[in-house]
Design a protein around this ligand. Structure first.
Ligand code: G
Ligand code: G
Ligand code: MN
Ligand code: NA
Length: 253
């Protein structure tokens, strides 16, 4: 069997899982949200990370069905955590291909309603690459989400060919600083200056920031010194299956 054939059956065979990583406020260390991260538990190959099958899912169009399943699953999970008293928002990664595969604001609205969630509970993460194509279709697609009231974040910010003009054109409200920059914070003065510049740019453009890949106390402190409050990384918690994250949330509260 090829990976493609396997992927066609992964959903119906219950092999896909959504893991969750907390997004926390650096000062209080309290969890603010969770990012949904897809995993494939392959019967022979073990746990396959998304970068090894999402491109295939995009090429084959399977990302349409898979993406809808991720949104459903993660919203259902968020509703459950809400009912247990955890005030969290949910961040879900989406890719450009999902626009043509009928993921739109109306569908997102339906899923939210189904789980008694509001648009303010959801953030969608897109990559810079998507915005660089700068098409009318992309703009309308994203504006649909914005009008609904869902937040939009640029994932891996700073690694693409950041043409900053797209920040003005597209209705983005959050930047997620790529973990590559955070990783270099401890040792590299240039990375420090770069992160500083991103933070001050975000502040003057009124964009929210999340620092990804925070692994050390020193990185956390540097970010706090620069008024970057929201963070995500192994220092706080790895991405975990839903049940394990439930336990983590209970411990934290
Ligand atoms: O969890 P991990 O670091 O391996 O994720 C790598 C990347 O895979 C993420 O940064 C994200 O861009 C992508 N990814 C993870 N889950 C999803 C998903 O549900 N849908 C899409 N389109 N991409 C995802
Ligand atoms: O959406 P995105 O591609 O940014 O997904 C985030 C990925 O980063 C997830 O796959 C997750 O496993 C990974 N990740 C999260 N926190 C850390 C961290 O502190 N260090 C490293 N190396 N990876 C992380
Ligand atoms: Mn992401
Ligand atoms: Na990222």
């Amino acid at each position: 069997m090829t990976l493609e054939q396997d992927l066609r059956h992964a959903l119906s065979r219950d092999q896909l899982e959504v893991h969750y990583q907390p997004i926390i406020a650096g000062h209080s260390r309290r969890v603010q949200g969770v990012e949904a991260l897809l995993r494939w538990r392959h019967p022979e190959r073990g746990l396959i990370p998304p970068d090894q099958f999402i491109p295939l899912a995009e090429e084959t169009g399977l990302i349409g069905e898979i993406g809808r399943w991720v949104l459903q699953t993660a919203c259902a999970q968020l509703a459950e955590w809400r009912n247990q008293g955890h005030a969290l928002y949910l961040s879900v990664n989406i890719s450009e291909r999902q626009r043509e595969l009928s993921l739109d604001a109306r569908q997102v609205e339906q899923v939210l309603q189904q789980h008694e969630l509001t648009p303010g509970d959801l953030m969608l993460e897109i990559t810079e690459g998507l915005l660089l194509q700068d098409s009318e279709e992309t703009l309308r697609w994203l504006q649909g989400f914005k009008t609904l009231g869902v937040s939009l974040a640029i994932d891996d910010f700073g690694t693409g060919y950041s043409s900053l003009s797209y920040l003005k054109r597209f209705p983005v409200d959050t930047l997620k600083i790529d973990r590559e920059f955070i990783n270099d914070l401890d040792s590299d003065r240039y990375a420090q200056s770069l992160v500083k510049a991103i933070i001050s740019m975000a502040a003057s453009l009124d964009l929210r920031l999340v620092a990804e890949g925070v692994e050390t106390e020193q990185q956390c402190q540097m970010l706090l010194d620069q008024q970057c409050e929201l963070m995500q990384g192994f220092l706080f918690c790895r991405p975990l299956p839903a049940e394990a994250l439930s336990d983590w949330l209970e411990q934290e509260s």
